[in-house]
Design a protein. Sequence first.
Length: 143
Amino acid sequence: MKTFILLLAFGFAVCTQKISQPGKELIKEIFSHSSELKTVDGLTSSKIVGGSDADISEYPWQVSLQLRNSGSWYHICGGSIINNKWVVTAAHCVDGSATNNLRIAAGTTQLSDTSRTVRTLSRVIMHPSYSGSAAGYPNDIAL
Protein backbone atom coordinates (compact mmCIF):
# COMPACT_ATOMS: atom_id res chain seq x y z
CA MET A 1 0.00 0.00 0.00
CA LYS A 2 2.86 2.38 0.83
CA THR A 3 4.38 1.69 -2.58
CA PHE A 4 1.08 2.47 -4.30
CA ILE A 5 0.72 5.78 -2.44
CA LEU A 6 4.33 6.68 -3.23
CA LEU A 7 3.82 5.90 -6.93
CA LEU A 8 0.57 7.85 -6.95
CA ALA A 9 2.27 10.89 -5.37
CA PHE A 10 5.16 10.64 -7.83
CA GLY A 11 2.75 10.37 -10.77
CA PHE A 12 0.82 13.41 -9.57
CA ALA A 13 4.03 15.42 -9.18
CA VAL A 14 5.15 14.49 -12.68
CA CYS A 15 1.76 15.29 -14.20
CA THR A 16 1.60 18.73 -12.60
CA GLN A 17 5.05 19.84 -13.74
CA LYS A 18 5.30 22.61 -16.30
CA ILE A 19 6.08 20.83 -19.58
CA SER A 20 6.72 23.72 -21.92
CA GLN A 21 10.48 23.39 -21.52
CA PRO A 22 12.47 20.53 -20.08
CA GLY A 23 14.26 21.50 -16.92
CA LYS A 24 17.80 20.50 -16.09
CA GLU A 25 16.53 17.52 -14.11
CA LEU A 26 14.53 16.14 -17.07
CA ILE A 27 17.52 16.58 -19.37
CA LYS A 28 19.80 14.84 -16.84
CA GLU A 29 17.26 12.01 -16.49
CA ILE A 30 17.03 11.46 -20.24
CA PHE A 31 20.78 11.70 -20.73
CA SER A 32 21.52 9.44 -17.73
CA HIS A 33 20.15 6.46 -19.65
CA SER A 34 22.27 7.06 -22.75
CA SER A 35 24.83 4.47 -21.65
CA GLU A 36 22.10 1.84 -22.08
CA LEU A 37 21.77 2.61 -25.79
CA LYS A 38 23.08 0.04 -28.24
CA THR A 39 25.99 0.93 -30.47
CA VAL A 40 25.80 0.95 -34.26
CA ASP A 41 29.22 -0.50 -35.08
CA GLY A 42 27.78 -3.57 -36.82
CA LEU A 43 25.24 -1.69 -38.91
CA THR A 44 25.37 -2.90 -42.51
CA SER A 45 22.18 -1.51 -44.03
CA SER A 46 20.06 1.61 -43.72
CA LYS A 47 16.97 -0.20 -45.05
CA ILE A 48 14.30 -2.02 -43.06
CA VAL A 49 14.10 -5.64 -44.13
CA GLY A 50 10.92 -7.63 -43.57
CA GLY A 51 9.04 -4.67 -42.10
CA SER A 52 5.43 -3.69 -42.67
CA ASP A 53 3.63 -0.38 -43.10
CA ALA A 54 2.56 1.25 -39.86
CA ASP A 55 -0.41 3.48 -39.17
CA ILE A 56 0.32 6.76 -37.37
CA SER A 57 -2.34 5.90 -34.77
CA GLU A 58 -0.06 3.06 -33.63
CA TYR A 59 2.92 5.41 -33.12
CA PRO A 60 1.58 8.97 -32.71
CA TRP A 61 4.77 10.12 -30.95
CA GLN A 62 6.97 9.28 -33.96
CA VAL A 63 8.30 12.17 -36.08
CA SER A 64 10.52 12.58 -39.11
CA LEU A 65 13.58 14.75 -38.54
CA GLN A 66 14.32 16.50 -41.82
CA LEU A 67 17.30 18.42 -43.20
CA ARG A 68 17.13 21.19 -45.79
CA ASN A 69 19.62 20.78 -48.61
CA SER A 70 19.60 22.92 -51.76
CA GLY A 71 16.11 24.20 -50.94
CA SER A 72 14.50 20.77 -50.47
CA TRP A 73 13.74 18.84 -47.28
CA TYR A 74 15.02 15.28 -46.77
CA HIS A 75 14.24 12.75 -44.03
CA ILE A 76 17.43 12.01 -42.09
CA CYS A 77 16.29 10.42 -38.81
CA GLY A 78 13.34 9.60 -36.64
CA GLY A 79 12.49 11.11 -33.30
CA SER A 80 9.96 10.74 -30.49
CA ILE A 81 7.77 13.49 -29.08
CA ILE A 82 8.32 13.77 -25.31
CA ASN A 83 6.08 16.80 -24.67
CA ASN A 84 4.49 19.71 -26.52
CA LYS A 85 7.84 21.41 -27.17
CA TRP A 86 10.52 18.71 -27.30
CA VAL A 87 11.55 15.72 -29.40
CA VAL A 88 14.27 13.21 -28.51
CA THR A 89 16.49 11.89 -31.30
CA ALA A 90 20.05 10.70 -31.89
CA ALA A 91 22.77 13.33 -31.53
CA HIS A 92 24.47 12.20 -34.73
CA CYS A 93 21.30 13.26 -36.58
CA VAL A 94 21.66 16.91 -35.59
CA ASP A 95 25.42 17.19 -35.09
CA GLY A 96 26.86 19.86 -37.37
CA SER A 97 23.49 21.07 -38.70
CA ALA A 98 22.20 24.59 -38.13
CA THR A 99 18.78 24.65 -36.46
CA ASN A 100 17.35 26.69 -39.35
CA ASN A 101 18.15 23.75 -41.65
CA LEU A 102 16.27 21.24 -39.50
CA ARG A 103 12.56 20.61 -38.98
CA ILE A 104 10.25 17.87 -37.78
CA ALA A 105 7.22 16.43 -39.54
CA ALA A 106 4.59 14.73 -37.38
CA GLY A 107 1.21 13.10 -37.84
CA THR A 108 2.01 10.67 -40.63
CA THR A 109 4.13 7.65 -41.48
CA GLN A 110 4.30 8.63 -45.15
CA LEU A 111 6.85 11.31 -46.07
CA SER A 112 4.74 12.38 -49.05
CA ASP A 113 1.63 13.03 -46.92
CA THR A 114 0.84 16.76 -47.15
CA SER A 115 -1.51 16.66 -44.14
CA ARG A 116 1.43 16.29 -41.77
CA THR A 117 2.25 18.89 -39.12
CA VAL A 118 5.61 20.57 -39.68
CA ARG A 119 7.56 22.51 -37.05
CA THR A 120 10.91 24.27 -37.25
CA LEU A 121 13.54 23.91 -34.56
CA SER A 122 14.55 26.78 -32.33
CA ARG A 123 17.13 24.97 -30.22
CA VAL A 124 19.07 21.69 -30.10
CA ILE A 125 20.59 20.22 -26.93
CA MET A 126 23.07 17.39 -27.46
CA HIS A 127 24.36 15.18 -24.65
CA PRO A 128 27.39 17.02 -23.21
CA SER A 129 29.56 13.89 -23.52
CA TYR A 130 28.56 13.09 -27.11
CA SER A 131 31.42 12.91 -29.59
CA GLY A 132 30.70 12.09 -33.21
CA SER A 133 34.19 10.69 -33.60
CA ALA A 134 33.93 8.13 -30.77
CA ALA A 135 33.54 4.49 -31.78
CA GLY A 136 29.98 3.24 -31.38
CA TYR A 137 28.52 6.74 -30.87
CA PRO A 138 28.30 6.70 -27.05
CA ASN A 139 25.89 9.28 -25.55
CA ASP A 140 24.21 9.57 -28.96
CA ILE A 141 21.13 11.45 -27.77
CA ALA A 142 19.75 14.95 -28.29
CA LEU A 143 16.67 17.05 -27.66
